[in-house]
Write a protein that binds this ligand. Structure first.
Ligand code: CA
Length: 229
């Protein structure tokens, strides 16, 4: 999952952005001030894109943008500007931003712009290969097709591995049994939904401390399953 820095001082706008990014498969990192944004960038050098509000108490979005570029970073930067700030658009692009979105914006508009920039950034150079997915105590290595819990290797079948990958790539998302069946076994697999249940039960015995009270792989009653971490 690509990390996106969300710098916005108004908490309701920030959480609106964060929810929509999560829904679209991104990993948002929140900051409510320019100073905090720079701290977050320091500890998350793998941030792919930054959404920077312009008007902030303390150092503003332009200053943060300038500092990011001064550090030599090529991450995507989208400025969030208010309608009356036409001039900001120009200045924003001059300080090294790639794009700007004018407030108020719809969730669809924002994610379309984020998707477009992420695609553009990945276009010229080969995409950086991500081998490790982390969630809670688990680390999934997609190169070795292995799963570790707190550094201890768990023995998984290929199907269990694919299930784990599907769940860890979609944290918090309720997935129906038929979606899981299609994603893991393939669209033309004519198996029964029970196959999913059986494999989940076995997987739980490997990953959960108490498989009867699953902490990570939870049941969504009448629907399917969810990676609950
Ligand atoms: Ca603001």
């Amino acid at each position: 999952m690509k990390k996106i820095l969300v710098l916005e001082d108004e908490s309701n706008i920030r959480s609106f952005i964060v929810i929509n990014l999560k829904r679209n498969g991104y990993d948002p990192i929140e900051a409510s001030s320019g100073e905090q944004a720079l701290e977050r960038l320091k500890v998350n050098p793998d941030i792919a894109l930054a959404l920077l509000d312009v008007m902030l108490p303390g150092i503003d979005g332009f200053e943060v943008c300038r500092k990011i570029r001064a550090s030599g970073s090529k991450m995507g930067i989208i400025m969030l500007t208010a309608k009356s700030q036409e001039i900001d658009k120009v200045t924003g692009l001059m300080t090294g931003a790639d794009d700007y979105v004018t407030k108020p914006f719809s969730p669809a508009e924002l994610t379309a712009r984020v998707d477009a920039l992420i695609r553009r950034l990945g276009g010229d150079e080969p995409a950086e290969e991500v081998y490790e997915l982390q969630s809670g105590p688990f680390t999934l290595n997609t190169r070795n097709r292995t799963l570790d819990r707190e550094g201890k290797r768990l023995k998984l079948t290929q199907i269990e591995y694919l299930l784990m990958k599907l769940f860890m790539e979609n944290p918090g998302k309720a997935m129906s049994r038929s979606d899981i069946l299609t994603a893991v076994w393939g669209a033309d697999f004519e198996g029964e939904l029970k196959t999913v249940d059986v494999n989940i039960r076995r997987l739980r015995m490997k990953i959960e401390s108490d498989p009867t009270e699953p902490e990570f792989l939870t049941t969504v009653w009448g629907y399917g399953y969810k990676w609950g971490y």
